[in-house]
Design a protein around this ligand. Structure first.
Ligand code: CO
Length: 616
């Protein structure tokens, strides 16, 4: 067949979502976006990716902005280019499965507020976790983009990926994304995968998403486009490279040199780049200043960049940084035991925590997190390959594995959430949905918003992540006291284990020790934890903080205190909670005792080792 027209490939701009999530800890403000949005809208992109779980969470948590308002303001400017978002399937914008009524209402409101394209993905590539999301997107008139989360394993063959794509086509997707979150898709594998997809599903438009972590992404994009992919994800130069996407300019040069038409306007991408270059000193995460430009190790261990930096900082806080190589070796073994899940939120955190525990205890799976147990029991969905049967038996014991769609077990959540909220704090239906996604974060934001302007806590100033502060934190982490050896002391280990569950940062919802929903930002956004000082010597018998965090007496907003002053408690009974890295971590009584009085007020920050309550 003779081709008469020019070959065409489209660019999706990720600057306003993934790029600043990867490089600026998601700290781009709405005003930053609005300052250049008209140029972004006019640059000739196929779509503007500007919304997702992390941006939603960080908006309320750190920037004190309403994410729905951000969406409306973006839509008011963008008249030419569709808006695109990342939807975590049944996890919607959070880290656990939400009931169908919550998910559907969220999608309805997203459509109503201006979202056009929904990239729906599931960490396990379990199509059952995508059903409700895709159905809702179609119902409310959105473009449903299915997703293949790319990973490497004996069961992740091109043929299996094609099968998964077909399952999504059966649900009515309009296009398909290949999501290479770790940046490990090679050009040859991309050619094979896109080729196989095009052969089996010739009418399905394919978009490819990758990260520059290993440096392969431009070559891979080129191979994917030559094999038939119609769109690629790129960012403006200032926000490209490292763990972000390739730059528009790079890909434009490569592809136009091959005779492709991209439709991207050079003057506009230059203008956008100049704008963000000026903003960078205020917004860039200084901790990234030392990041490797190219990390080829990722091609060996396949662990996404954000997950490694998180593992490293958490090990440092435990004085066990020397164990990092062992943890990186253990992780692929854990992944194999668990049936090769792709490593993306939330599976990356579950496998990461378990690998750390396996190394620090010196005995694999002696301690198993709640999240690992839930994963093995099927509450996250079907693992790509079966979990090691011996291990499954050891972890589950008599507990039965579920085989249904996990969300089928959930009660409707909308009415309950609406009832829980103080009507004085709620301004819109969107507020109720924000609360469903991130109850504690949303509530905190609503309360902040309800105060007169002069009485609100200040929003962390621009440039809060200065080099000086990063250096100070690094120094403190280095000087933090080494904890005593753990292996002989199970009780202490349980505490350390919980800390890891907490400190890994991204373990909201299903991953929490406690069932109340409190969500978290992905690993990359986790703020550096202050180093813990040596425990202070207490004059009386006290119950001490197991980690540095914020003290609360109830395990969820609005709930009753876990233990009252004067009450007798049994060893192991939760007495209060510490919120650290966005998780509520119960502090349990270390012995049978009486709580004489609490020494800290709810909402106060405590250091690890600090007395929380006097006991006798
Ligand atoms: Co990405």
């Amino acid at each position: 067949m003779v081709k008469t027209e020019k070959k065409r490939v489209r660019f999706v701009d990720t600057t306003l979502r993934d790029a600043h999530q990867s490089l600026w800890a998601t700290r781009m403000r709405t005003k930053d976006i609005l300052g250049i949005l008209e140029a972004v809208d006019d640059a000739g992109f196929y779509a503007i990716e500007c919304w997702g779980g992390a941006t939603f969470d960080v908006c309320m948590r750190f920037l004190r902005e309403d994410p729905w308002e951000r969406l409306r303001q973006i839509k008011a400017v963008c008249k030419k280019t569709p808006l695109q978002m990342l939807l975590r399937g049944q996890n919607c914008l959070g880290y656990k499965h939400y009931p169908d009524d919550v998910l559907e209402r969220c999608v309805a409101k997203m459509c109503e507020n201006g979202m056009d394209i929904f990239r729906c993905f599931d960490a396990l590539n379990d199509v059952r976790n995508l059903e409700a999301a895709i159905k809702a997107v179609k119902k409310y008139g959105g473009h449903a983009q299915g997703t293949i989360c790319y990973t490497v394993s004996p069961v992740h063959t091109a043929a299996n990926f094609v099968k998964f794509a077909k399952e999504q086509v059966d649900l009515g997707i309009d296009s398909l994304a290949i999501k290479d979150m770790a940046g490990i898709l090679t050009p040859a594998a991309a050619r094979e995968l896109v080729g196989a997809l095009k052969k089996a599903l010739p009418d399905l438009p394919i978009e490819v998403h990758s990260h520059m972590t290993s440096g392969m992404a431009p070559a891979m994009y080129m191979a994917a486009v030559e094999a038939g992919a119609g769109a690629i994800d790129c960012a403006v130069a200032t926000l490209s490279g490292f763990s972000s996407q390739p730059a528009h300019g790079t890909m434009k040069a490569i592809l136009e040199g091959l005779g492709y038409e991209t439709g991207v306007k050079v003057d506009r991408i230059t203008e956008i780049d100049e704008y963000f270059k000026k903003l960078k000193p205020q917004r860039a995460l200084q901790a990234n200043a030392n990041a490797e430009v190219v990390d080829v190790q990722v091609l060996i261990h396949h662990i996404p960049g954000g997950m490694i930096s998180n593992t490293r900082s958490q090990l440092a806080q435990q004085g066990a940084l020397d164990k990092l190589p062992e943890v990186l070796e253990e992780l692929p073994r854990v992944r194999k035991d668990m049936g090769y899940p792709p490593l993306v939120t939330p599976t990356s955190q579950i496998m990461g925590v378990q690998a750390v525990l396996n190394v620090l205890t010196g005995k694999r799976y002696e301690t198993v997190t709640n999240e690992t147990r839930q994963y093995v029991a099927g509450y996250y969905g079907r693992s790509p390959a079966p979990v090691d049967p011996k291990l499954e038996k050891q972890i589950l014991g008599k507990e039965k594995k579920i085989t249904c769609r996990p969300a089928d077990l959930l009660e409707p959540g909308l009415a309950k959430a609406a009832k829980e909220l103080d009507p004085k704090l709620v301004q819109s239906e969107e507020d109720i949905l924000s609360y469903c996604m991130f109850p504690a974060v949303a509530l905190d934001f609503f309360k902040w918003r309800a105060k007169p302007e002069g009485e609100r806590d200040p929003i962390p100033a621009d440039g809060e992540l200065t080099i000086a502060k990063a250096a100070e934190q690094a120094k403190q982490a280095k000087e933090a006291p080494k904890p005593a050896p753990l292996s002989a002391d199970d009780a202490k280990f349980a505490v350390i284990g919980k800390q890891f569950v907490a400190l890994f940062g991204s373990l909201g919802g299903n991953l929490k020790v406690d069932a109340s929903a409190l969500a978290a930002a992905p690993a990359a956004e986790a703020p550096a934890q202050e180093a813990a000082p040596a425990p202070a010597a207490a004059p009386k018998k006290t119950l001490n903080a197991t980690l540095t965090g914020t003290f609360y007496r109830a395990d969820a907003p609005g709930k009753a205190n876990m233990a009252e002053e004067g009450a007798a408690v049994k060893a192991g009974q939760p007495v209060c909670v510490l919120e650290a890295m966005k998780l509520f971590n119960p502090v349990k009584a270390t012995e049978d005792c009486k709580i004489v009085r609490f020494l800290v007020k709810p909402g106060e920050t405590v250091q690890k080792g600090e007395p929380l309550a006097e006991i006798e």
